[in-house]
Write a protein that binds this ligand. Sequence first.
Ligand code: FES
Ligand code: FES
Length: 172
Amino acid sequence: MTEIVRDRIDVALTVNGEPVEARVPAGQHLIDFLRLELGLTGAHASCEHGVCGACTIRVDGDAVRGCLMLAAQADGAEVWTVEGLTDTGEIADLQAAFVARNALQCGFCTPGMLVAAQELLARGGAPSRGEIREHLSGNYCRCTGYEAIVDAVEAVAMARAGAAAQEGGGGA
Ligand code: FES
Ligand code: FES
């Protein structure tokens, strides 16, 4: 149960599959907790008011803005950052495609892009370029590499859809 001690709140959550317990300032944003307290600096804090998507992480299965959620609100949640998704290999094909397609320049937007793209691709099927653009429309790339980013995500979507189709038809 959440315990409030003055302006601090006890939370228990999992981060990248590991249990984490902490006493957090009531007003601390989740992105700051992850970056400053846990050293998970993959997701970035940039605009810090929900506009740019640089802080995108996964909370209970959804891609969310870490700067719009308080650490206290993550009590009991399952949180994944780009570090955890990298370690499990879940986004390995996306990362390889980003490199192959030159879909990152400074790389600042890349962790958020990867988490957001994986949310879309995990739904299955092969989204159109328009659907990919729409899904990533809340993630800004200051280097304006959008075309290559969409190329990379589309390539992975098609590869995964092809692999799924082969698996489905494997017994035929
Ligand atoms: S830092 Fe969270 S949306 Fe920009
Ligand atoms: S690669 Fe530089 S912000 Fe996107």
